[in-house]
Design a protein around this ligand. Structure first.
Ligand SMILES: Cc1cc2nc3c(=O)[nH]c(=O)nc-3n(C[C@H](O)[C@H](O)[C@H](O)COP(=O)(O)OP(=O)(O)OC[C@H]3O[C@@H](n4cnc5c(N)ncnc54)[C@H](O)[C@@H]3O)c2cc1C
Length: 491
């Protein structure tokens, strides 16, 4: 009997269960998949590419590249336990209806996601399927503690990280990760699936993904290999090296987390079990993982985090940057080496070191006076780890408009930041190779180098490398004037 002719049986023990994969492209510690496998029912593994916006902001260019490879990896891992990954494009409501009608599925399971649009859509789908007699179950996994669970003494939510961290720790140990199911019963009917290649997730004309492909191994296996290497090689010195962009001192697990190829619980416990790691280093790392949780805590309680100033005093901020200035920032041609190195690292590899994210974001907002939302957009399009909570929360943090934010008037000096965190210029030399022959003394301020030094290093300012597009001291004064003007309006 062809699939489409099947009428939906009610409550048959062999009615299939749909595992709807979203931002959880893994087998291990996957509550939804484990429950489906354990049910003994035939399992339909489904991923829906939703470009309608119903599930939230569609992935940016760099994440489309990642998604292609992550789905390939997931498909083959599912094959290992006897399942086939069904790929569909469209509105998830219509796709689920279609598959339910064709297969007689009686239940749908998924792992929860926390973007505001996704929460609304999932609630709607859950209610509508339940009304029709289907069983819907959702599972935790993307976070260590549910973001709405932590409450202040007065029942509100945390706006400052330190008390959040205390509450987080007070909640007890995070959930222990589950192993991957060893096997599952596959649904034996035919279900139409798209061809991944037809989704055009990979860039063509031009293909800009070479540097990204050389840097990353998307997929669950790549995530666990990275975690293992980090725990063995870098965790013990994390507190000291995590701020040095020229050194491989952080985990680089962020894109794997963004796609749910690994869970924070898994990372938490693997780090805790690593040998030779002092308590202080471990706590520093655990605290960073908790910043991600704090960002979600903020997003869930303030759903407009990406679009609206958390502190609405900033609604009156007199942004004034130009499109040309934005373009120079995008391209890493601001004339400030540490800023340019960061923006080029982002473009070439789809990732930027955290310290440099702060420097480049501050430069856009305060030196160029461009609205933080323009920067957040660019990061979303170019980061492989673009995250609805961490990106918005971090941009607002730098802008000074966010919860527990850096005060606006603390303006990063890109020269001093470079000298402090990239003292030998290793990072700048790697991503701004036209400056690589400059001595350390001038690597973060080539305009101060004597003519002879520039000539010897084959640097011609304004030609091989730009002059600084704004002068730091003047830019700082202009930013502070704007801040005072905003405060004057708010008073
Ligand atoms: C302007 C700006 C934009 C950012 N946008 C994103 C984003 O879109 N996606 C994203 O995952 N992170 C974002 N971050 C946070 C941080 O830069 C990255 O999480 C971190 O650089 C990822 O590298 P890692 O995995 O090596 O981090 P590690 O130092 O190894 O930390 C481990 C994990 O902890 C979490 N974490 C660490 N620092 C932070 C932080 N400050 N805020 C929230 N979580 C953190 C991440 O999940 C990270 O993978 C942004 C920061 C800034 C300043």
């Amino acid at each position: 009997m062809p699939d489409q002719d099947r009428t939906r049986p009610t409550d048959l023990p062999d009615a299939p269960v749909i595992v709807w994969f979203r931002a959880d492209l893994r087998l291990r510690d996957n509550g939804a998949l484990s429950a489906a496998a354990a049910s003994g029912r035939p399992v339909i593994a489904l991923f829906v590419l939703d470009e309608t916006g119903a599930s939230g902001r569609p992935p940016g260019g760099a994440q489309r590249w990642w998604l292609h490879h992550s789905l390939t990896a997931l498909g083959s891992a599912l094959g290992g336990i006897g399942l086939t990954l069904i790929l569909r494009r469209g509105d998830p409501r219509a796709v689920l209806d279609d598959i339910i009608n064709r297969t007689g599925a009686q239940s749908v399971v998924w792992n929860r996601r926390y973007g505001p649009e996704a929460i609304a859509l999932d609630s709607e789908i859950k209610a509508s399927l339940a009304d029709r007699g289907l069983t819907v179950k959702s599972f935790a996994g993307a976070l260590m503690h549910e973001p709405t669970k932590l409450k202040t003494g007065s029942g509100g939510y945390y706006k400052v990280y330190s008390p959040f961290w205390r509450a987080f720790i007070g909640e007890g140990e995070p959930r222990r990760p589950d192993p991957a199911p060893g096997t599952a019963t596959a649904y034996d009917g035919t279900i139409e699936s798209d061809d991944l290649a037809d989704w055009d997730l990979l860039p063509t004309g031009p293909d800009w993904s070479g540097g990204i492909a050389a840097t990353w191994t998307p997929g669950e296996k790549g995530a666990h290999e990275r975690l293992k290497a980090f725990c063995a090689d870098a965790l013990a010195d994390y507190g000291r090296k995590r701020d040095l962009p020229g050194v491989d001192g952080t985990s680089r697990l962020s894109p794997h987390l963004a796609f749910g190829e690994i869970t924070p619980s898994d990372i938490w416990y693997a780090a805790a079990a690593a040998e030779g790691v002092a308590k202080k280093q471990l706590e520093k790392f655990h605290k960073e993982l908790a910043w991600r949780e704090f960002s979600y805590h903020l997003l869930v309680n303030f759903p407009d985090l990406r679009t609206a100033n958390f502190n609405d005093t900033f609604d009156a901020f007199p942004w004034e940057g130009s499109e040309d200035a934005l373009e120079a920032w995008h391209k890493g041609r601001t004339g400030y080496p540490i800023v340019d190195a960061g923006m080029r690292q982002l473009w070439q590899t789809g990732w930027m070191h955290n310290r440099v994210r702060m420097i480049t974001a501050s430069f856009l907002i305060k030196h160029l006076m461009i609205d933080w939302r323009r920067g957040e957009d660019w990061f979303w399009d170019t980061l492989v780890d673009g995250d609805p909570a961490s990106n918005a929360a971090s941009w607002q943090w730098v802008a000074g408009s966010g919860a527990d934010a850096a005060p606006y008037f603390r303006i990063f000096n890109p020269i001093l930041q470079g000298e402090k965190f990239d003292p030998d210029g290793a990072y700048v030399r790697r991503f701004v190779p036209e400056l690589s022959d400059l001595p350390d003394k001038y690597i973060h301020k080539p305009w101060e180098a004597p003519r002879k030094v520039l000539e010897k290093a084959k640097v011609s300012l304004g030609s091989t490398y730009p002059e600084p597009m704004v002068e730091h001291k003047r830019a700082r004064e202009r930013a502070l004037d704007a801040y005072n003007e905003m405060r004057g309006q708010a008073a």
